[in-house]
Design a protein around this ligand. Structure first.
Ligand code: NAD
Length: 253
């Protein structure tokens, strides 16, 4: 028998970054759980592929081809949902540069996508939930990078740390209305973002990541989607302002 707390039948979920990797896996899983899924992304082709996959598994998908750094586009897309029960703000980019070589434009771009893009999605989702008195759930995508730092990770880590702050702050502000806000901070996950051009280098990285985990394997996008489903559903009804770390148990210093 299916566990009712994970059943999203009759609910609406919005997923940014739905064209690829973790966002696509979230869109597919939330749809499998019964939600009507609104997917948003810059990548129109990937977005339509995700929608087709959802429809092939019997689900309902709506696509929004947009840039999460454009507040007006995000507002219009979110407002097009009649009601919103869950937001998963997943869209993001990777950037690496040593601190001494980091340019203003690098910082501005990464903060725009990885922080402001998440902020806009959270603001618009919370506004709609408040307007309709929906006891919804907002899930942001942080990263294990917020716990460790690491060479080249200044811009990326700063944006993800800001996402954690946003998550904790918004949780305190909308909690009294029954809206929950939590972050997922994945470890290294096999997606197009972590794909390297050189197969040998990819193999070495994956072997290293698998050795670092007590579970002896690397993470997959579906592992993160299950964490997002947990936070988006009633199964986590008493959880807010938290950072869930699906990282295979890799010890963080
Ligand atoms: P991915 O590259 O496969 O997917 C990212 C998606 O975001 C893409 O579809 C891309 O088109 C979309 N996107 C990028 N900029 C956008 C914009 N301005 N507007 C709209 N869409 C945009 O990467 P992924 O690994 O699935 O990453 C998803 C999220 O998970 C990111 O926030 C990433 O930082 C985070 N994350 C990933 C890992 C990992 O190891 N893969 C680890 C920790 C956190």
């Amino acid at each position: 028998m299916a566990v009712k707390a994970y059943d999203l039948t009759g609910r609406t979920a919005f997923v940014t970054g739905a064209a690829s990797g973790i966002g696509r896996a979230c869109a597919l899983l939330l749809a499998q759980a019964g939600a009507t899924v609104h997917g948003a992304d810059l990548d129109a082709r990937g977005l339509h592929e995700t929608a087709t996959l959802i429809k092939d598994q019997g689900g309902t998908a709506v696509v929004h081809h947009l840039d999460v750094t454009d507040r007006a586009q995000v507002r219009q897309a979110v407002e097009s949902c009649e009601r919103l029960d869950a937001m998963a703000a997943v869209a993001g980019i990777m950037h690496r540069s040593p601190v001494l070589e980091t340019r203003d434009e690098d910082l501005d771009r990464v903060l725009a996508v990885n922080f402001k893009g998440v902020l806009y999605a959270c603001q618009e989702a919370a506004r709609l939930m408040l307007a309709h008195d929906t006891r919804g759930s907002i899930v942001t995508m942080a990263s294990g990078a917020v716990d460790t730092g690491g060479p080249g990770l200044l811009c990326y880590g700063a944006a993800k740390a800001a996402v954690v702050q946003l998550t904790k702050t918004l949780a305190t502000e909308v909690g009294p209305h029954g809206i929950r806000v939590n972050a997922v901070a994945p470890g290294w996950i096999r997606t197009p973002m972590t794909d390297r051009d050189d197969p040998a280098a990819q193999h070495r990285t994956e072997a290293l990541m698998a050795r670092m985990s007590p579970l002896g394997r690397v993470g997959e996008a579906e592992d993160i989607a299950h964490a997002v489903l947990h936070l988006a559903s009633d199964a986590s009804a008493f959880t807010t302002g938290q950072i869930l770390r699906p990282n295979g148990g890799v010890a963080m210093p």
